[in-house]
Design a protein around this ligand. Sequence first.
Ligand SMILES: [Zn+2]
Length: 76
Amino acid sequence: MAKGDSIIGSIFKFMALLGGAWLTIEVLKAISKKVTYYDCPKCGSDIEYGQENCNVCGVGLDWENSKIEANAENTN
Ligand SMILES: [Zn+2]
């Protein structure tokens, strides 16, 4: 039954390859989902670019004339 064993071995190898490919895709998805957050100028909470108001303190966010800085440490 050496032939059968080698087929099972091939299937296992194929499954391992599929698992590796799946993992790679999941990792890539996680990386591409990364959003850069900015610091709210008033309370320092994480805000996303283009938000009109901070969702924590509610301050209006002026993206064109502001000193809002990217929060490089808080990418998610
Ligand atoms: Zn705020």
